[in-house]
Design a protein around this ligand. Structure first.
Ligand code: 4AD
Ligand code: MG
Length: 441
């Protein structure tokens, strides 16, 4: 009778039994008459044991000298071993080599260190290594948690278009597309469209790729990234902050429940994540500016920050390293924010907006606002921002036919993955990152 096929992640269910694993050879250690192959199958890795004295000669010969990333189907008996990273080892009884990688053209990513440029050039192979695979599993978990959060809280998923006729987040970062000889752009955000669906369905969200032709080369910027955007009719700025902290707490908790082993693989300090639960601190932009100026006086912030500007990456890094939880900074000057934000009735030079900055210096993960309700003010803002009124005619209709207070935010998935996994750079948070100088593979 053939042994049942198991994934490595599930192998504990078969302790003491024979199983079949289908995967690849990740590494091989040889010590004379004893071979220690490490297999991987996408769900995890497990060490096998192949003693010359205990296996048929063809099994020993198949494993001996086997090249890294050769594909293999392995039979063996599962044995608990406290010292093994996953808790189990495999006493190998049979091996079928599906494809043997040639010695003359070995797998390019050996187990020694490689430079980032080399790894990025081989991203299609780099994703096989345990740490990268762990990050991608955590990314998938985060995406599922986000969907579960909104689906479980009465939100309807509505997908906005990716080809759009106009800007949402400013004209300087638009990717142009020739749309049958008409000028079109890749979307920067689904927001304007889901404002329309929110007026139809109340609570909606969108989740998809968005594009920014950013010329910035920071560790936080991609040109193509995935954004989840909720939009809620009748919601205020305070409601929005409640929603953001609820979502973020939910996502972190889920990762701790389901992806703890993968977080360990990435080297994350898990205690810091265990701390992440609502409520989060809320500070005004004014208070944040004071913190930056005090930081400057102490020599911890290089430039003296002037009230009225937008925070740069170093400013966000400083602010977010002052808190152990994500911090919500609200009410920025309207002049540094997008055209569609509702002014603060108390101080109209401010926008009713919020940025959530992740702790440990990770910076902005969420940006959102209450939306402008007034038709006339919106037209004025569209002009002030040099946007073509014609392209926004449909959007202005929303203010003519039953306008209401409403609010929403966007959360960048790669920024969240980077923070939760504790990564230095967002390039490792997505299978195939797109950046200023990176379009291959
Ligand atoms: O702050 P942003 O630009 O806000 C919007 O696009 C709004 N229209 C969202 C809304 O209110 N519905 O972007 C939102 C989030 C940021 O906080 C950040 O997490 C992420 O998207 N983001 C990026 N992530 C990676 N690379 C980039 N170039 C990013 N630009 C924004
Ligand atoms: Mg922003």
């Amino acid at each position: 009778m053939p042994s049942p096929i198991s994934t490595i992640a599930d192998i504990g269910r078969h302790e003491g039994q024979s199983v079949t694993i289908r995967g690849w050879l990740y590494n091989l250690r040889e010590s004379g008459k004893l071979l220690f192959p490490i297999f991987r199958d996408g769900s995890g890795t497990i060490q096998g044991v192949v003693p010359k004295s205990a296996v048929p000669p063809e099994v020993f010969d198949a494993v001996k000298g086997l090249t890294q990333e050769s594909s293999v189907i392995v039979d063996g008996k599962v044995r608990a071993d406290k010292r093994a990273p996953g808790g189990y080892e495999l006493d190998v009884s049979g091996v079928k080599v599906v494809q043997r990688v040639s010695e003359s053209d070995p797998f390019p990513i050996s187990l020694k260190e490689h430079g980032v440029d080399f790894l990025m050039e081989h991203r299609h192979l780099w994703v096989r290594t345990p740490r990268q695979a762990a990050i991608l599993r955590i990314r998938a978990e985060i995406i599922k948690a986000v969907r579960d959060f909104f689906d479980g809280n009465g939100f309807v998923l509505t997908d906005p278009p990716i080809l759009t006729p106009a800007a949402c987040e400013g004209t300087s970062t638009l990717f142009p597309v020739n749309y049958f000889d008409e000028q079109a752009y890749l979307t920067q955000s689904g927001q304007l469209y889901i404002e329309a669906t929110a007026m139809a369905l109340g609570k909606v969200y969108s989740f998809g790729p968005t594009f920014r032709a950013e010329k910035s080369k920071t560790r936080r910027h991609l040109t193509e990234f995935w954004m989840v955007e909720p939009e809620v009719a009748y919601a205020t700025l305070d409601d929005l902050m409640d929603l953001a902290e609820g979502l973020i707490s939910f996502v972190v908790k889920r990762c701790l429940e389901k992806r703890r082993a993968d977080l360990v693989t990435t080297g994350r300090d898990i205690a810091k994540l265990e701390n992440i639960a609502a409520p989060f601190p809320r500070i005004t932009y004014d208070e944040a500016v004071t913190m930056l100026q005090e930081g400057h006086a102490k020599g911890a912030v290089e430039n003296k920050f002037e009230w009225g500007g937008d925070f740069g990456s170093p400013d966000e890094t400083y602010l977010s390293s002052q808190f152990e939880k994500p911090v919500m900074v609200h009410r920025y000057p309207a002049q540094v924010k997008a055209f569609y934000m509702e002014p603060d009735p108390q101080r109209p030079e401010l926008a009713l907006c919020v940025d959530v900055l992740a702790p440990e210096g990770y910076g902005e993960i969420v940006g959102g606002s209450q939306r402008m309700e007034s038709y006339d003010l919106l037209v004025q803002r569209i002009h002030e921002h040099n946007l073509p009124e014609e392209a926004f005619k449909w959007y202005l209709d929303l203010r003519k036919y039953g306008t209401v207070p409403h609010a929403g935010f966007g959360m960048g998935i790669e920024r969240v993955v980077g923070w939760i996994c504790g990564l230095e750079h967002v390039r490792e948070t997505i299978p195939f990152p797109r950046m200023l100088h990176r379009l291959y593979p």
